[in-house]
Write a protein of this length. Structure first.
Length: 422
C-alpha cells in the first residue's frame, strides 16, 4: 500500500507532537512545513528578550530533530494557499500534494486594528521579536546614557507592557528585577531618572484566566517590586513617544511592549463556514475542519467543538496544542487500522506564572500555590517541557548562574547583516 501523504503546516507544540507520534509508522509519508527552520518554546521567549537565556536554549533545528526518521521530510516554506479540490497546498517555494492536510499554524499578534501601535510597539510572539526586543531595550539604555535632558532620558527608560496575561506579568516582573539587580549597577547614572515600568490591561485583573487567589497574589507581588499596574485600561494609541489610554491618560515612553492579544491567520482556499471567532478554524471533536473532507487543524489555530467540558473551545495554551497533536496522530493511525476514533478531551494540568525571584503563582486543580514553592514548580515544569536534554541542561545552567549571581550576562546588541538575506 502506498503511504498516506500527510502535510503538516507548522512545527510548534501541536505540529511537532503530531509528527513525533507518526514517525517510524511507514503507512505515512510526512512533510513538515514551517517558515522557520527550528522549533521553539514560546513560554520562555521573554527570557531571551531580557538576556537571561540564549536563543539556542529554547529552540532546536527541525532537521536535527527529524534526523534518522526516513518517513518525515522537512520543508522550509511559508504556506500560501490550499487547493482542496486538487488536494494540494501552494507554498512560497512550490507546491505539495497531500492525502491528509493538517494546519498547526498557531496565531499571530493582534493589534486590534491599531495601525500606529502595530508600527511602533514591540511584539512578543517569535524568536525574532525576542531578539529585536533585546536589541531595542539595550540600545535605548545606551542612548539614555548620552541623553542629558531628564525628560528625554525618562522617556527612553520607561517601559509600558500591554497585556497582563502570563507573558505581560512575567516580563514586567523581570524588568523590575533587572532594574534592581543589574541596571542600576551597570548604569549608575540612571538612579533617580524617574523611569517606571507599567503593566496595563483592559480587564479588572492581572492573570485574568487564573484563580482569584493567583490574581490577587500576583497583583500584590508586582506592586511590591515596583511595577505600576493599571487595570480596566486599554491602550488606544502609540506614536512611538506617547502611549495614550482609553481613559485619556498619556504616558511618555518610547517602549510599548505588546502582549495584549493574538489572532489566527485565515488560510486562503477554505470555505467561510470553516472559520469561527478570531479567524480560528472550527473543527469537530476529531479536529477535522468544518466543510472539508481530509483537512484538520490543531492547537491555537483551531476551535474544537464537542468537548462537553469546553463548549466554546479550549484555551490557547501549550497543553491543548500538545494533546490535540497526540490525539490526532492516534486517530490517523486508528482510521488506517479500522479502529474507533478517540474524540478529543482536554486534560487541564493547571497553569502558572512567575513574577520575580522566588515568587510565582500556580493553580493545579483546585489547589493554589504561591511564593517559593510555586516558583520552584514553575522552574521545574518549564525546564522539563523543553524539547530535549541539551536545551534543559543549557537552560538549567543559565538559570542557576542568574540565580546565584543575581545577574545575567547575555546583554548583546546583535544586528543581523542584511547581506544574509539570500
Ligand atoms: C510569549 C508567549 C508566552 C506563552 N506562555 C505560555 C505559557 O506559559 N503556558 C502555556 O501553556 N502557553 C503559553 N503560550 C501559548 C502557547 O505558546 C501556545 O498555546 C502554543 O504555542 C500553541 O501551539 P501551536 O502549535 O498551536 O502554535 P505555535 O507553537 O505558535 O506554532 C505554530 C508554528 O507554525 C509556524 N507557522 C505559522 N504560520 C505559518 C505559515 N504560514 N507557514 C509556515 N509555517 C507557519 C510557526 O513558525 C510555528 O512554528 C505563550 C505564547 C507566547 C507567544
Amino acid at each position: 500500500m502506498e503511504p498516506k501523504k500527510v502535510v503538516v503546516i507548522g512545527g510548534g507544540f501541536a505540529g511537532i507532537n503530531l509528527v513525533n507520534q507518526l514517525v517510524n509508522d511507514h503507512r505515512f509519508a510526512i512533510t513538515l512545513v514551517d517558515r522557520n527552520n527550528y522549533n521553539f518554546f514560546p513560554p520562555l521567549l521573554y527570557q531571551v528578550a531580557t538576556g537571561f537565556l540564549e536563543v539556542s536554549n529554547i529552540s532546536y533545528p527541525f532537521r536535527k530533530l527529524l534526523r534518522g526518521k526516513p518517513n518525515v521530510n522537512f520543508r522550509l516554506a511559508d504556506f500560501v494557499r490550499v487547493l482542496p479540490e486538487e488536494n494540494k497546498v501552494v507554498l512560497s517555494n512550490g507546491e505539495l500534494a497531500y492525502d491528509i492536510l493538517v494546519f498547526a499554524t498557531g496565531t499571530e499578534t493582534n493589534y486590534f486594528g491599531m495601525e500606529n501601535v502595530k508600527k511602533h510597539a514591540i511584539p512578543m510572539k517569535t524568536i525574532n521579536d525576542a531578539v529585536s526586543m533585546r536589541n531595542t531595550l539595550l540600545q535605548r539604555m545606551e542612548k539614555a546614557t548620552i541623553t542629558e535632558a531628564p525628560e528625554g532620558r525618562k522617556r527612553l527608560l520607561t517601559i509600558v507592557v500591554a497585556g497582563a496575561g502570563p507573558t505581560g506579568v512575567e516580563l514586567s516582573g523581570m524588568f523590575a528585577e533587572m532594574r534592581k539587580n543589574v541596571i542600576l549597577k551597570e548604569y549608575p547614572q540612571f538612579a533617580g531618572s524617574g523611569a517606571k515600568i507599567y503593566l496595563v490591561d483592559g480587564s479588572p485583573n492581572v492573570l485574568a484566566a487564573m484563580s482569584e487567589k493567583s490574581r490577587h497574589d500576583s497583583y500584590d507581588a508586582l506592586t511590591e517590586i515596583g511595577v505600576e499596574v493599571k487595570l480596566n485600561t486599554q491602550v488606544k494609541d502609540f506614536d512611538g513617544k506617547v502611549v495614550t489610554f482609553s481613559d485619556g491618560e498619556q504616558i511618555h515612553a518610547h517602549t510599548l511592549i505588546w502582549a495584549a492579544g493574538v489572532t489566527a491567520h485565515r488560510p486562503e482556499g477554505l470555505p467561510a463556514e470553516s472559520f469561527g471567532r478570531g479567524n480560528r478554524m472550527l473543527v469537530d471533536e476529531f479536529n477535522k475542519v468544518q466543510g472539508t473532507e481530509n483537512i484538520y487543524a490543531i492547537g491555537d489555530t483551531a476551535i474544537c467543538l464537542g468537548d462537553p467540558a469546553y463548549p466554546n473551545g479550549h484555551p490557547q495554551v501549550a497543553q491543548v496544542a500538545i494533546q490535540q497533536g497526540q490525539n490526532l496522530a492516534k486517530n490517523l493511525k486508528n482510521e488506517l487500522s479500522g479502529r474507533t476514533l478517540n474524540p478529543f478531551r482536554y486534560h487541564d494540568k493547571g497553569s502558572m506564572a512567575i513574577i520575580s525571584r522566588n515568587r510565582a503563582v500556580a493553580d493545579i486543580g483546585k489547589m493554589h500555590f504561591k511564593g517559593f514553592i510555586a516558583w520552584f514548580m514553575w522552574l521545574f515544569v518549564h525546564l522539563m517541557s523543553l524539547i530535549n536534554y541539551r536545551n534543559r541542561l543549557a537552560t538549567f545552567y543559565n538559570w542557576a548562574w542568574a540565580y546565584f549571581t543575581k545577574d545575567q550576562s547575555l546583554r548583546f546588541i546583535i544586528r543581523p547583516d542584511s547581506k544574509s538575506n539570500l
